[in-house]
Design a protein around this ligand. Structure first.
Ligand SMILES: Nc1ncnc2c1ncn2[C@@H]1O[C@H](COP(=O)(O)OP(=O)(O)O)[C@@H](O)[C@H]1O
Ligand SMILES: [Mg+2]
Length: 229
């Protein structure tokens, strides 16, 4: 059963957002799936969001679909503990998945996490600064996972404008996707959408479901067979 790592060297690309949206989606799709989010952001952003969500609802009434646990990955030992905990969780719980949201500032300990993760979901944007960080991140994944790298890397173009874009923008996008395809799978894009900002750890809004639908369906096709293995 899989361990998913939402990661990129670049901050602000949507790692935490997509990790939460996908966790909500998975626990909605099939109630038998046991999801654990490992929040290793030093600001504990997902854990804090869950606490806020819980304060909005009567905690007796609300039935949360999954657990969120905080971990530190400041040292090599802590990273090892996180991955051992994740591996134990997926090993002991049938139909389970661990979703790890990696913080913006990646350190040398990420190697341990990349090594033990089954899939690395890498949100990105088609702009030169994001792509330059993304290519550095891809080379780290390549070094750590070697021949497994291509099957593990799943790219999510995120915050894409709804309109078609200029001829040049479309060319950049096509060429970027062609290059990314050599290193992994490029999933359908997620458009830029105000409603994404109204993130909760309880459920996805109708609009959030709409903008992530195509991407998550493709992701499900890869992840669900691993969950029910
Ligand atoms: N598809 C999207 N549409 C609109 N806003 C988005 C989208 N994806 C992410 N965001 C916003 O971008 C910001 C950064 O996202 P976040 O998930 O915190 O990035 P990261 O975890 O990679 O640092 C947040 O304010 C989030 O609401
Ligand atoms: Mg984040």
């Amino acid at each position: 059963m899989p361990i998913l790592l939402f990661a990129n060297q670049k901050g602000g690309v949507g790692k935490s957002t997509l990790a939460v949206l996908y966790a909500n989606h998975l626990s909605e799709v099939n109630k038998n799936i046991k999801v654990l989010i490992a929040d290793i952001d030093f600001q504990k952003s997902i854990k804090r969001l869950r606490d806020e969500d819980m304060s909005l609802y009567d905690s007796k009434e609300i039935n949360v679909g999954y657990e969120i646990d905080s971990f530190n990955v400041n040292t090599y030992e802590q990273s090892l503990t996180l991955m051992e905990t994740a591996t134990k969780y997926v090993g002991e719980n049938p139909n389970s998945v661990v979703i790890i949201d990696f913080p913006g500032q990646i350190n040398e300990n990420i190697g341990v996490c990349i090594h033990s993760a089954d899939y690395i979901i890498c949100p990105l944007r088609y702009d030169p600064i994001v792509m330059s960080s993304t290519s550095m991140f891809i080379s780290i994944v390549n070094k750590v996972k070697m021949e497994k790298s291509r099957d593990s890397l799943l790219f999510v173009p995120n915050r894409i404008k709804r309109n078609e874009g200029t001829v040049k923008e479309r060319m950049v996008k096509k060429e970027t996707n062609r290059i990314l395809s050599q290193y992994g799978t490029v999933l359908p894009q997620v458009t830029d959408c105000v409603d994404i900002g109204r993130l909760s750890t309880i459920y996805n809004t109708k609009r959030q479901v709409e903008v992530t639908k195509e991407c998550f369906e493709k992701l499900d096709a890869i992840i669900l067979p691993e969950i029910f293995k």
